[in-house]
Design a protein around this ligand. Structure first.
Ligand SMILES: [Zn+2]
Ligand SMILES: [Zn+2]
Length: 153
């Protein structure tokens, strides 16, 4: 699995992807300051998915920042403060690390990593269904694209 640093050193080249990622991080930062901000997304296609499942959040790994990580100036992507050696932080399954005070309020609003949008499981059955349907739709579109490619090349 790619380490945090590998990922961190290669910024996405697609400007739109970069924009979306920045927008998510911006939102995450706003959330720390406005616990009950004006976030009300009914439509998951437009907005944020529902909060991460409580059990999943409870079981997030806690890791202690190593001297090497502190030396490299590893930062919390949300508040942009450098982690201190020996500090205990939360590690997402995607390997991204955050202060628990930063990531927990975020995961109380939505289920994805604000840095890479890795999605955690949610407690929302409707959303889990929606996610499966979305996967199916994407696979279908992918097949159509391949078919289209095969026909016109
Ligand atoms: Zn932080
Ligand atoms: Zn991530």
């Amino acid at each position: 699995m790619a380490s945090y640093f590998d990922e961190h050193n290669c910024e996405p080249t697609d400007p739109q992807e970069q924009y979306r990622r920045n927008a998510l991080l911006e939102l995450a930062r706003t959330l720390i300051n406005f616990e009950d901000g004006p976030l009300d997304f009914a439509d998951w296609d437009q907005g944020l998915p529902p909060p991460a499942a409580k059990d999943t959040v409870k079981n997030l790994l806690s890791v202690v920042i190593s001297p090497a990580q502190a030396d490299k100036g590893l930062k919390c992507p949300i508040c942009l403060l450098e982690f201190e050696e020996g500090e205990t932080v939360k590690k997402m399954p995607c390997e991204h690390c955050f202060h628990s005070a930063c990531i927990l309020p975020w995961l109380g609003k939505t289920n994805s990593c604000p840095l890479c949008r890795y999605e955690l499981l949610t407690d929302n059955e409707e959303y889990e269904e929606y996610k499966k349907e979305k996967d199916r739709r994407q696979q279908r579109e992918h097949r159509l694209e391949n078919l289209h490619g095969a026909m016109y090349t």
